[in-house]
Ligand binder design. Structure first.
Ligand SMILES: C=C(O[C@@H]1C=C(C(=O)O)C=C[C@H]1O)C(=O)O
Length: 257
């Protein structure tokens, strides 16, 4: 979507962010099918699996390496979690004019996303603290899919910041030159938009997470859902939107480099 510079607008980018809500919520519903599985994230003892680090990190790094070889990270919309370990792409880069300022390459908050995910989000959404030894690989794959969806959404802040700078250059330029983070954060924040996002993702979580039954007389009083809508709203309010705005600020601070 963000490849055509001329068509890029705040509305078109916001439409993409809305569509990415579906991806995040469905990946979240898939992950919380499994218990937290703490063994996945523990440093593997050298005698056990003959890998360095945890099983989760091993699968994640190998996944990113394979995706890198087929060009995933040639896209400005994708940002790797392990940028220092990526093999070169076997396909050539696009000949299209880059949409983002070259400094966008330096903006990567995935280390923060991964830390928040393991320390706060997993314990918040996965209430069962057990290990599911039958599903180590599947559980870790769900983590990776969800983390990549979160990262894509949060780093879309680069495209949002690009358009906000293009459309209101005179307002942003002095704040960038003054390196005034707080003023930049205030200028780029649209609280009304954020309120709509929080309400919409809660409604999507309720709708997408409903148990579908065919028995017409199913009048169970208590609505059963696969993910707590209020937690999805909180996910956006406390983590996704603040991290998206952090990416916007980091991009803007480099925009005049
Ligand atoms: C992404 C934007 O910038 C900010 C971040 C938002 C978000 O992460 O959903 C929403 C509104 C803004 O406060 C935007 O203006 O659309």
């Amino acid at each position: 979507m963000a490849s055509d510079n001329n068509k890029l607008s705040l509305d078109s980018i916001r439409d993409s962010l809305i569509r990415q809500e579906d991806t995040i919520i469905f990946n979240l519903i898939e992950r919380i099918k499994y218990p937290i599985t703490p063994t996945l994230y523990k440093e593997a003892s050298s005698s056990s699996w003959n890998i360095s680090g945890s099983l989760f990190h091993y699968l994640f790094q190998e996944t990113e390496a394979l995706h890198s070889k087929v060009g995933r990270y040639l896209s400005a919309e994708e940002n790797p979690f392990f940028p220092d370990k990526l093999p070169a792409s076997i396909i050539p880069p696009s000949k299209c004019t880059p949409v983002l300022h070259p400094a966008a390459e330096c903006v990567n908050v995935n280390e923060k996303i991964l830390d928040v995910y393991k320390k706060q989000l997993l314990p918040l959404f996965c209430t069962d603290q057990a290990d599911d030894e039958e599903n180590f690989a599947t559980t870790a794959s769900c983590d990776i899919q969800l983390l990549q969806a979160l990262s894509r959404r949060i780093h879309y802040g680069k495209f949002v910041a690009k358009v906000k700078f293009r459309d209101c250059t005179d307002q942003y330029k002095p704040l960038i030159l003054a390196k005034d983070r707080d003023a930049l954060m205030k200028l780029l924040t649209f609280e009304a938009v954020e309120e709509v996002v929080k309400k919409r993702v809660a409604k999507k979580a309720f709708v997408f997470g409903q148990q579908v039954t065919l028995n017409i007389d199913d009048n169970t009083k208590e609505a059963k859902y696969k993910v707590d809508p209020s937690l999805v709203s909180r996910l956006y309010d406390e983590w996704i939107m603040p991290l998206t705005k952090l990416v916007e600020v980091e991009y803007l601070l480099r925009r005049l480099d």
